[in-house]
Ligand binder design. Structure first.
Ligand SMILES: C/C=C/C(=O)SCCNC(=O)CCNC(=O)[C@H](O)C(C)(C)COP(=O)(O)OP(=O)(O)OC[C@H]1O[C@@H](n2cnc3c(N)ncnc32)[C@H](O)[C@@H]1OP(=O)(O)O
Length: 657
């Protein structure tokens, strides 16, 4: 089945995941039936969707009409026959119990059309085993969403032993059509990617505390502030629920072996009903205690190495077992767990040998199976790096971690690729942008650059404040200089640069866009320089470049008010935005304009940028560059091409000669 043949999606289960998936499908324009075992459950799910759509509309992420139309597309049902009778795809999100799922599939099988693909949202059961309770194992695969589906970008698309390529392609395309990023998991392996990396990591954190090697504060401080993870590991454990985590750990222990033995501390807490945030107490105490309090400076290098080593071993096994490559693993962890970098890259950066040694030393001390490095890990240490040995699966485009760079129709497209963190900007990203500018300028095929932010929430929400913890004044000044210089390169390079802003464009993101030659924005965009709210100032050129574009008075207003909600029309009035475009036409318009710029005369473009830049040193300097450039252009083929195209009333084809 092709994704174009999918019109109706049946979602089984109206719980947290089920109603979230139904909402996502309806927002993408599909007709949705949502089924649960009784009226109350299904109505609860429907009410949750209504509430969530209302919130999206309130935040202007969708219009009121979009919210109403999405809700209208959802039919809540109890009758299985009615729910799946006309379904092209059935997404099952019922409780994680094999007997419940088996019963549901038998019921569904009796009513679903032969063409229907079955996709299970299981996070911990075997896709292959589930597919075998149906009569269509080839039309069956995993489609694992993350909680809450409306906000989380990742969908793991998992191949069971019998899944056909056609099924996997259709479900991958469906996930994309839902506005999500599918990551292919090539084998039905316990925990797939995200849980396979995250669960042993959380388990190791628990063991370190249980065995008195470290305190909760030390582990969480290391994870949050030294490794830059979005939260502490115990904070995460409490948020997920200790019972939920333990359930997956037990499954992994059963299927993968002794190395996954759950920590007794987790078992004890589950037995005592201390399940995490939802019960008021887990590892942290939310009712009688202070809740989560993580000191910024209690981290330790050996804890970081241990945690990285545990992850590296899982990554090694996943790659070795052909479950996924390093870039798929990293992408999944960034989108599904909010990691700043993926575990393969983090381990490569730290050095596999050092991490292997850390694990081996732990094994000598503890003798525990979980500390025994796998053969796969040993092999990768021999090879040097995960990425070096396996390479990247990204076929076209250049290979970067935090940006995506491709060339199409003479346009070099540089997308900030951290949608999971609002496309916030890190030092590594700035260095990658620096390198990408070199690469694109050297590429003769590139005649214009289009700057965008991945996803539909932000061009960029600015500097990644979570990486700002403990820098000295000198380091911060260096970071400021780095951003000023690298962003400023867009002003200096010979090709025109268009920033296409869709969503938040704040702080450093706005400073980056200010270096483009032109800016267009979707109607839903929001602008601002909120640095003063953080006690900072715009440090990537904002105090200099913004006043040049909007005038000093407006620039001071934008910086002093520190608002983050300037609308695009106002920014167009201020002269910052060249054009405001309806959101649903935005991507097309951005590319149209970028292609138009790429079709312009390269030498005249280069000289125009150069003359304007020279003018910043004074009008006379600018005028001098203008006239010498004007003279030079008279010696170019492009001039004659322009003149002859004008005379014969056709579009010119400039070659930059
Ligand atoms: C030299 C350069 C300096 C600078 O650039 S300083 C930074 C300037 N930028 C800002 O101050 C923007 C800060 N962010 C915000 O105000 C809000 O966010 C938004 C208005 C962008 C969006 O608000 P909402 O829709 O309510 O979403 P949410 O839950 O606040 O954010 C979603 C996730 O994105 C993370 N995030 C957003 N901006 C940043 C940032 N600048 N640095 C680090 N993380 C950021 C959040 O924390 C959160 O993450 P989780 O889902 O894990 O809670």
């Amino acid at each position: 089945m092709d994704v174009d043949d999918i019109n109706t999606v049946a979602v089984l289960g109206a719980g947290n995941m089920g109603h979230g998936i139904a909402e996502v499908a309806a927002l993408a324009g599909y007709d949705v039936t949502m089924r649960d075992v009784n009226e109350e459950f299904v109505q609860d799910g429907y009410d949750q969707i209504e509430w969530s759509l209302g919130k999206l509309a309130e935040r202007e992420q969708i219009s009121d009409d979009d919210a109403d139309e999405a809700l209208d597309r959802i039919t809540p049902l109890v009758d299985v026959g009615e729910a799946v009778g006309d379904a092209d795809v059935v997404i099952e999100a019922v409780p994680e119990k094999m007997d419940i799922k088996t019963e549901v599939y038998q019921d569904v099988e009796a009513h679903a059309p032969d063409r229907a693909i079955f996709a299970t949202n299981t996070s911990s059961l075997s896709i292959t085993e589930l597919s075998e309770v149906t009569d269509r194992p080839a039309q069956f695969c995993g489609m694992h969403f993350f909680n809450p589906p409306v906000r989380m970008q990742l969908v793991e698309v998992i191949s069971g032993a019998h899944s056909s390529d056609e099924t996997l392609d259709a479900i991958g395309s469906l996930a994309e059509d839902f506005g999500k990023t599918p990551v292919r998991v090539h084998k039905d392996s316990p925990g797939f990617i995200v849980n396979r990396v995250l669960v042993p990591l959380m388990n190791e954190a628990a063991w370190m505390v249980y065995e008195d090697e470290a305190t909760v504060e030390e582990v969480d401080s290391t994870a949050s502030y030294d490794m830059g993870l979005p939260m502490g590991l115990f904070e995460l454990t409490d948020q997920v629920g200790l019972d939920v985590g333990l359930h997956v750990q037990e499954y992994m222990h059963e299927t993968l072996g002794e190395a996954y033995e759950p920590c007794p501390m987790t078992e004890e807490k589950v037995e005592a009903g201390e399940l995490g945030k939802k019960t008021g107490k887990g590892v942290y105490d939310y009712e009688d205690g202070e809740g989560v309090e993580i000191p910024t400076d209690a981290g330790a290098e050996w804890i970081e190495d241990r945690l990285l080593a545990v992850m590296a071993d899982e990554v090694a096994q996943l790659i070795d077992d052909d479950v996924a490559g390093p870039d798929a693993i990293d992408r999944a962890m960034q989108l599904g767990a909010g990691f700043p970098d993926g575990p393969a890259k983090m381990a490569d950066d730290r050095g596999l040998e050092a991490l292997y040694d850390a694990l081996e030393t732990a094994h000598e001390d503890s003798g525990a199976a979980r500390h025994e490095p796998s053969d796969a890990f040993a092999d990768f240490v021999e090879d040097g790096q995960f990425y070096e040995s396996v390479g990247s699966e990204d076929a076209d485009g250049y290979d970067y971690d935090s940006i995506a760079v491709t060339v199409q129709d003479s346009v070099g497209h540089l997308a900030i690729d951290r949608a999971h963190r609002m496309n916030t900007i890190t030092t590594d990203m700035i260095e990658e942008i620096d390198d990408a500018v070199d690469t694109l300028v050297e590429d003769d095929a590139v005649r214009a650059i289009l700057l965008t932010g991945d996803g539909d929430r932000a061009f960029s929400a600015g500097f990644d404040a979570s990486t700002a913890a403990a820098g000295s004044g000198i380091e911060a000044a260096d970071l400021s200089r780095l951003g000023q210089r690298v962003f400023g390169r867009f002003e200096e390079i010979p090709v025109p640069v268009l920033a296409a802003i869709d969503g938040y464009c704040l702080g450093g993101g706005m400073e980056l866009s200010a270096c483009a030659d032109m800016r267009i924005a979707s109607e839903r965009s929001q602008f601002g320089q909120p640095e003063h709210n953080l006690g900072l100032l715009p440090g990537w050129g904002g105090t200099q470049r913004l006043p040049r574009i909007v005038g000093e008075g407006r620039a001071k207003e934008i910086i002093f008010t520190a608002r983050n909600d300037y609308d695009p029309e106002t920014m167009a009035d201020y002269g910052f935005v060249n054009e405001v475009v309806p959101t649903d036409e935005f991507e097309e318009r951005a590319w149209e304009l970028a292609r138009d710029l790429a079709a312009g005369p390269p030498i005249a473009m280069k000289f125009t940028k150069r003359a304007m830049l020279a003018g910043r040193d004074g009008v006379d300097a600018g005028l001098e560059v203008e006239s010498s450039s004007f003279g030079h252009l008279f010696t170019t083929d492009d001039l004659w091409e322009g003149l002859s195209a004008f005379q014969s009333d056709r579009d010119p084809e400039f070659e930059g000669q």
